[in-house]
Design a protein around this ligand. Sequence first.
Ligand code: GLN
Length: 300
Amino acid sequence: MSEYPYSISGLQLWQWRIQAIASAVQHDVEVAEVDWLLRGITQLDGLALRLGSYKDQAQINIKLKIEELDALWQKRLKERLPVQYIASSQPWRQFELSVSPSVLIPRPETEYLIDLAIGTVKNSNILQSGNWADLGTGSGAIAIGLADAFKQATIHAVDVSPEALKIASANARNLCLSERIKFYQGNWWEPLALFKGKFSGMVSNPPYIPTSTVLTLQPEVVNHEPHLALDGGTDGLDCIRQLITSSPEYLQPGGVWLIEMMAGQADTVFQLLQNHGSYCNIEIHSDFAGIERFAVAYMI
Ligand code: GLN
């Protein structure tokens, strides 16, 4: 099936855009989302949308029927459905990733995890190749970022959710990276038992939000994104603790352990890594908002 199976007239789209912008203002939704969405579901660019240069075109190709688009836009306004779930996509690093409510929408701050991973292997040909794990892959974003950065490596991407794995493997296929990314269903390291001690690195953006905080997040997140990908237990650190305890068996000496975490967790995570006794050169890195967001450590 074509990527744009439907078509509408330029005038019809022009009218839809005007009313969508007015309704966005009314419902306190960012107006820029309208053009972002229309760029995602048509072949029009931002300039054409702003100038209305398409208005006289007889036919605009579009991914959704206008009625469907309109119904989803009403959900954006009234049920706070994230616009990325309407467009079914999210740009992340240089990739366009498919998303659905089965996966967390990859966040911009998570992009930096890949730069940190690249930094950890700068002086090591061995670490740049071999096996890397993305535990809790969701949409596959981290696995895809790693496969693109480390051309000699095999990436093992694990998720407990079969629906997430479908999205992640479709993303890898669309980006021609499926040769080097293997997908597994299961808990954290569990499906990778065959490769114990053979990993150059592990990267994860695990659920890290305390259970009681999840319910206070904005409605876009709490009502639509998978809690499985957000809820990290009472103090938010259940999965991070689990990754600290289980990784030494899987990583080779000098192997990289790299995770994302929440504001306020850095000191505890640093202590947990230090107390474990298997990790060295522990570093905390901030995101671009200045929040201590990432922890890196190496296997002794
Ligand atoms: N960064 C996400 C948020 O702000 C949380 C992702 C996670 O728990 N790993 O909602």
